[in-house]
Ligand binder design. Structure first.
Ligand code: G
Ligand code: G
Ligand code: MN
Ligand code: NA
Length: 250
């Protein structure tokens, strides 16, 4: 596979970068945090989307190294944000597959001097489903370190409720696919409503992703949603634009 070969030889620090998508408090419209999203421009392949290269990096094990570099880059940027702004950072299943991998992630944070309580690690249901016992230990380690954990893409995996009950999570990110046409589709509305009720019961913060329109936002507001992410507020921003946004709001 060509992409895999090029990825294995890539100079991660030079070729990869991050963009930052605002996570917004609905009541104030203020940006409370950013999700870091990887971008790769290969000298030979050009731009390759994370939807393509992350699964390849995961499959080849290269992800562990990529995660460490990207996390260090994200933390270097997040240091410039005002006090309360949090960093949300995606981890792959491999990143939490062993205690050693988790300890390396913790070392990267320690080396940066960034407050671990301002970091929220996003973990997908797939990571949790693969090896539940190890995933639970890894999540425990990261929580003990002080960081938050979001279950990402919630609703797209399976045996979701089982996972939510047994893991020390902090947040649930409700997948954007449930938000599309929430203003006109009763099924989507009901699903989001029941997930919100579950979050409330369990003391978990709910973040709704993929909010693209004012109509969607308005329905979500009426349902009591407090934190959202999506193109309606902002697309992912270059690092400097993210800094400008939070400095302007500070
Ligand atoms: O940014 P975009 O919507 O193209 O991201 C596509 C997918 O890639 C999303 O599922 C996102 O979670 C994932 N992704 C983006 N950046 C990272 C990253 O730094 N690490 C991991 N593991 N996944 C990422
Ligand atoms: O899987 P994960 O939730 O990490 O994926 C985040 C991805 O979703 C990012 O690549 C981001 O670009 C994309 N995204 C963020 N907001 C929106 C939105 O409002 N609509 C759509 N279609 N995608 C979005
Ligand atoms: Mn995510
Ligand atoms: Na998601």
């Amino acid at each position: 596979r060509e992409v895999e070969e090029v990825l294995m030889a890539a100079d991660i620090e030079k070729e990869m970068s991050l963009v930052f998508q605002p996570i917004v408090d609905v009541a104030t419209s203020r940006c409370v945090g950013f999700e870091a999203l990887a971008r790769w421009t290969s000298p030979t392949l050009g731009r390759v989307s994370p939807g393509e290269f992350i699964p390849i990096a995961e499959h080849s094990g290269r992800i562990v190294l990529i995660t460490r570099h990207l996390l260090a880059m994200a933390l270097a940027e997040a240091r410039g944000w005002p006090g309360e702004t949090f960093l949300s950072f995606n981890l792959s299943p491999h990143d939490i597959a062993t205690p050693e991998n988790v300890l390396r992630i913790i070392s990267v944070v320690e080396a940066s001097g960034f407050d671990p309580r301002r970091i929220n690690f996003e973990i997908t249901e797939t990571a949790v489903t693969r090896d539940f016992a190890q995933a639970a230990k890894s999540i425990e380690l990261l929580r003990h370190f002080g960081s938050g954990i979001s279950l990402d893409d919630f609703g797209t995996g399976y045996s979701s409720l089982n996972h939510v009950h047994k893991l020390p999570l902090s947040k649930i990110k409700i997948d954007g696919s449930f938000v599309a046409q929430i203003d006109s589709r009763p099924a989507s509305y009901k699903i989001v409503k029941s997930v919100l009720a579950m979050c409330e019961d369990m003391g978990l913060e709910a973040i709704v992703e993929g909010v693209e329109t004012e109509a969607e936002l308005s329905v979500l507001k009426d349902m009591g949603v407090e934190v959202v992410q999506g193109y309606h507020f902002s697309r992912p921003l270059e690092a400097s634009a993210a800094q400008d946004l939070v400095q302007a709001e500070a």
